[in-house]
Every structure is written in C-alpha cells, then in structure tokens.
Ligand binder design. Structure first.
Ligand code: GLA
Ligand code: ZN
Length: 670
C-alpha cells in the first residue's frame, strides 16, 4: 500500500529556487520554467530566503511576483514546495528590533548578519513571522500547485539572550516541578558548591560562565531546552499555517548527524521528514562516505518509519566543504538513487541556478553561470529525472528492516561532554558507523532508531556505546530481550542516566546487569599507539581505545583479552536472559571482531544477507532491490533469483553487473 507524503503522489525532482535574486533579470525568470521541464524537474522549493522581497518594509507586503512565479512553474508542470521565510530576517527587522538578534555564547548580541540566527524566543520575531506566514497561508493555501510547506530552513543553533534565559528557567521549573532540591540533585550541584538556591541564579552554559563539561546536568538540560524552544518556534509557524490551511502537509529540512537539536522530539510536529545531504563523495575513503550517508538516510527514514524527502543535495560540488570536489561520472545518479534506495521519495537539489553574487555563487547548481540547459551537470540531473519517472512504482513503498541500531543524539551530547575515557574523541559516531557497516556490506537493511522506540518488531537490536540511558529505556531493552529478542551492546553501556548521574550498584545500570549477565568493573582507555586483542574461536582480533574489565555472573565468555594485565579476562560475552540473548562486546575493536559476530548472528537469526564485493551494497523497498557500486570499477554481484531491471529491458538470472559509480534497480520476477 502506498502512503503518499505530499499532495503529489510521484517522486519529486527539483531544487531550491530563488527567483527573488533574479527579479531584475526578467529574461532569466522567463527561461527557468522551460529549462526545468527539460531537466525533468517537477518540483521547486520557493521562497526560502525571500522575506525582504515579500515584505521590503514593515507591513508592506508584495506577493504579486510570487503569484506569477508559482503560476509560471505550474504552466510547465512544476509544483511548488512553499517555504516560510523565517530563516533569514530582513535587515530592517533586525535593525528596528534588536531583540530578534541572537546573543552568542560570549554574551554579545550579534549585529545584523548571515541567516539562521534569529532569537526563537523573541515575541517580536514570533509575531512578525506569524504575520507573514498567515498571509502566505491565506494566499496560497488553496493553490493546487502548492504541495508542501517548507517551514523555515535548517533549524538549529542557540541564543543566550535574557528572553531565552527566562524561558530556560521556566522550562526547568516545569521539568523539576518547581523543586530546586530535585534540580540540585539531578545536577549533583554540591560538587564544587554549585548549589542553586534561587531560579534566577541559573544561566545557560557560556564561555565566561559554566562550561559545558563541568556541570553536565545543566548542559544536558540546556540542550533539551534548546530542542524544546526551537521546536516551539517551529510549532508556532506550523500552527499559524495549519489554522488557515490544514490540508497541505508540512516539513522542515533537517541536517546531517549528530545535531544539537534532538530530532526525535521535533519529528512529531511535522508531517513529512526531509533532510539535506551533502556527503564528501570521492574523499580518500569513499566507502566510509557511502556508509555514513546510508546511515543518515536510514536515521531520517526511521524517524517516522515512512518514506522521507531528500530536500537538498548538490548536483555537482558544494562551496563550503574543505575541498570542492566534482562528482565523477555516474556519482550523481548513484548518490541520488542511494537516497531513494533508503526510502526517499524525492531527489531535490540546492540549487536550481547559481546566484551571481554572495558566498554560494560557486555552489553546484543545475544551471551554471553560462545559463545553458546543457552540459555534464545538467545532463546528469536530467537523467535522474528520467530515471525517477521510470521508477514511479517504487514511490511510497516502505523499508522492512529486521535489524535496528540505536543511535541517540542525547547520548552523543552526554558522551562528548563527559570528562574521562579518551577526552580527545569518544568516537561515538565512528563506532555506530563501524557497527552499521557490517550490515551495509551484507545488504542488510537497518533502521537507525532512538532509545525511546518500540523494539519488538526487530530480530536484532544493536546499541553501541549507549552510555546515557533513562531507566525507562533500560526497561525497554530488558523487556525486548526477555520476550526473545537478541541484543548487542558494547563497553560504556548504561553508565549514567539522562542528567549524567552515574548508576549506582555497578555498570551497566539497573537490570542491564542481569540482561547481560555481568558487571563492567573498570574501563581502560588506550593511547592511540596501544593495541590489545580478543581471542575468540581460535582467532585473534585487534582491539584499540577501550577495554572494560568484566566480571561475568551468568554470561558465557566467548572471547578474552590477549594482552596486558587483564590478559585472559573476558572481553566478548553472551548471556541467555529469559527468552532472549544478550551479547556484550567489552572493548573497541577495529571492525573485524564485531563484523565476525554480526556475520554469525545474521545467519543464526535467518536474516537474508548478500555476498557482495567490497564497496558494494544492496538495499530494498518492498519487492525492489537497489544494487549500488561505490567503486571506480565495474562489479558483478550475485543476486540469487530472477530479476527485471526497472529502467531498461533486461532480465538477470543470478548475477547483476554494475558499472563504476552506478546503481541498478531491479524487481523480483514471479
Ligand atoms: C544548506 C542550506 C542551503 C544552502 C546549502 C549549501 O543546506 O539549507 O540554503 O546554503 O546548505 O550547501
Ligand atoms: Zn534569545
């Protein structure tokens, strides 16, 4: 059953379109829609930074140009995703109302500058935003060519102004039920005599104030407040729009992980998840890049367990990465359809046309400064458009993952600010990606989920370095294993709760000790040149960074350390807990140990895997398979069964050949 995400039940293909930058170039505006049709684009995101055009002076609104832009696009079959303009305030607004400008972490109110930097608490900013949003909704809410609202742009960052400080204090009062004793306990504030005796003594963590890493309870509450307040601002925009036009779905474009806003909180208020993907293709380790991108796509799909939208990507290079590398032939198609393979129902770009000036004039675009609807990049884009038309049956289909990997943004805040272990880099993200890669390289679909989610539908749950866990999250893991689930955890699991208070009575916290049948008594951090090993099943696997010293209670020891004073002590353990099984990897390996473990588990659990060449992955959406080759050479992939190519007239029996940087999409033949 298809589940359509927008008012347009086909793959969306298009870009951010900024005609407001080109209003004095009517000949260019006249060419754009026709060129879009030639590029097989069917959708543009319009108006994202257009506030100063729509309201050039306070209360003076001009929508006539936007009217004709939406109409001209529609005349060429191009739908509009209409943005609210709040991400970039007009200069007049910031000059007249200083409170809308953020106060930075040094306590300095910023001058008018850049974008994405308004105070999300400011009543004036909310009022001005709501006013223009309401007018947009009234004017375009019944326009059949507007298929989706794009709320603001890349919400994030933080403001330390007095309005935000007050809002933080109110949020804390609510969280702790007005009880300062509770707050002081949660923040362990007798440490260094930091006890709070009046709510007004509380300030956000700042450069000249409380550092992030000293009172981590304060820091984590601040992050949660920033998430809450950012979402509250977004909700204000959504409520304004929906009060006028309840039928057009809303989205906001999210960003690459990890983030300072917890999307698991924000996600519930939008109808469709969308995100902006800017991988560093052709970096020295192309497979790392492919895995990282895949992980992000899976995270965004798993937020709602529904298809998502790729809202931005570049047709060639960016202007802001360290090296602005061009995509090699094939890479644009592969990157675009990789998103589709992971559940995207769109391929959208930043941007349609390169601006003449400003910092993004050298950012990749469908139309370059030469103004031509031709050339390598244009042709790549057009071919993706043609492919998406051929793949239309796949739009709306779901991913059915049997494996879940728990990645928690809040855990990443807690770990990166924990003083201890290896302070230079805790490697949480890298560890998650390393575990994830074992599934990627075997063509196993994975949901990347948060700690708060239902686990019972999964055959295998992987939870790397889940240092910070709420007691209820611990209950959920216990329940999953008790009912027959299989879980894999690592060192540093369940050390602290969500305000960074250590669990008492031994790690991992609470019932996790019973689930894993062990206690993790100490953790050794290794220097970068230090090595240890794990001996398991007659093989030795390299170990780096962390080794826990573990005492098993009921767990069976599978592997033990090969060196140091803890030589022969347990490193890899398995415990039968009620109807399920819990594995514990007590050290950080370089990939081989966990990969071997996952190989065995996937086989035992009967989860389908593929024997794939290096740099190749397979993903599926209902009956459709996407075979991806990230190598600069062609590969032959074994695909047991008979499959039909979705784009060309070809049937495969047992093997599929994939060109360098290419993707083949097939459907199983009955
Ligand atoms: C972000 C923004 C866009 C643009 C691109 C450039 O994703 O949303 O407006 O700046 O980056 O890569
Ligand atoms: Zn503020």
């Amino acid at each position: 059953m298809k589940e359509y995400q927008t008012l347009h039940p086909h793959f969306l293909h298009g870009a951010d379109y900024n005609p407001d930058q080109w209003l004095t170039y009517p000949e260019i505006l006249a060419q754009d829609p026709e060129m879009m049709a030639q590029a097989h684009c069917n959708c543009m995101s319009v108006g994202i930074f257009a506030w100063s055009t729509l309201e050039p002076a306070e209360g003076q609104y001009h929508f006539e140009q936007l009217d004709s832009i939406i109409e001209n696009l529609a005349a060429k079959g191009v739908k509009t995703i209409l943005a609210t303009p709040s991400a970039a305030r007009p200069r007049w607004l910031a000059e007249k109302y200083p409170e809308v400008r953020r106060v930075n972490k040094s306590g300095v109110r910023e001058q008018y500058n850049t974008r994405h930097n308004y105070c999300y608490t400011s009543p004036i900013y909310r009022e001005k935003t709501a006013a223009i949003d309401r007018l947009l909704a009234q004017r375009y809410g019944n326009n059949p060519n507007v298929i989706l609202w794009h709320i603001s742009n890349e919400l994030g960052g933080e403001c330390h102004c007095e309005l935000c400080q007050d809002a933080f204090r109110s949020w804390l009062k609510k969280k702790y039920g007005g009880d300062l004793d509770k707050l002081n306990h949660a923040w362990w504030s007798t440490f260094w005599s930091h006890n709070v005796t009046d709510w007004d003594q509380i300030h956000s963590p700042m450069h000249h104030g409380e550092p992030d890493i000293i009172m981590t309870g304060l820091y984590l509450d601040w992050r949660n407040f920033v998430t809450y307040q950012t979402t509250d601002f977004m909700k204000m925009e959504i409520d304004t729009i929906k009060s006028v036009c309840p039928n057009i779905p809303v989205t906001t474009n999210l960003m690459w992980l990890p983030q300072n806003v917890d999307y698991h909180y924000l996600k519930d208020y939008i109808d469709v998840i969308s995100w902006d993907a800017y991988p560093t293709w052709h970096e020295p380790d192309q497979v790392r890049c492919a895995v990282d991108t895949a992980f992000n796509h899976d995270y965004f799909r798993s937020l709602k367990h529904k298809p998502f939208l790729l809202m931005e990507s570049t047709p060639s290079n960016t202007n802001w990465q360290a090296v602005s590398k061009l995509k090699r032939p094939g890479m644009h198609r592969l990157a675009s359809l990789q998103a589709v393979a992971h559940g995207s129902d769109s391929v959208q770009y930043f941007q349609w046309r390169k601006g003449r000036g400003g910092s993004e004039k050298f950012h990749g675009a469908v139309i370059d400064h030469n103004g031509k609807a031709s050339g390598r990049v244009f042709e790549d884009v057009k071919q993706v458009g043609i492919s998406l038309e051929k793949l239309d049956d796949i739009c709306g289909t779901k991913t059915n993952a049997k494996v879940a990997l728990i990645f928690d943004n809040k855990n990443s805040w807690a770990l990166s600010n924990a003083s201890g272990f290896i302070n230079t880099d805790k490697k949480y993200m890298k560890t998650c990606l390393q575990h994830y890669k074992s599934f990627w390289k075997r063509g196993v679909d994975v949901d990347v989920i948060s700690t708060g989610e239902e686990l019972c539908g999964y055959d295998l749950v992987v939870m790397p370095m889940l240092y910070s866990m709420d007691p209820s999250q611990i209950d959920r893991i216990e329940d999953y294993v008790a009912k027959g689930g299989t879980v894999v955890a690592t060192y540093a699991t369940g050390y602290v709760d969500t305000t960074d208070l250590c669990y008492l009575g031994g790690f991992p916290g609470n019932q996790l000790k019973d689930v894993f049948g062990l206690t993790a008594d100490e953790i050794d951090s290794l220097y970068p040149t230090d090595r240890n090993s794990v001996l398991w099943d007659g093989k030795s696997y390299p170990v780096v960074d962390y080794c826990e010293l573990i005492t098993p209670t009921t767990a069976q020891v599978l592997g033990s350390y090969g060196a140091d004073f803890y030589k022969n002590m347990p490193a890899l353990l398995k415990n039968s807990y009620k109807a399920g099984t819990a594995y514990y990897v007590g050290c950080r390996d370089t990939g081989e140990l966990t990969d071997a473990l996952y190989g065995q588990l996937l086989e035992q659990l009967g989860i389908q895997t593929y024997a794939l060449p290096e740099g190749v992955s397979v993903h599926s959406r209902e009956g459709y398979l996407f075979v991806e080759n990230y190598n600069d050479h062609a590969v032959t992939v074994e695909l047991p069964g008979i499959y039909r190519n979705m784009e060309i007239d070809q049937v495969y029996n047992g093997t599929v050949s994939v060109e360098p940087y290419n993707i083949v999409i097939v459907c199983a033949q009955k």
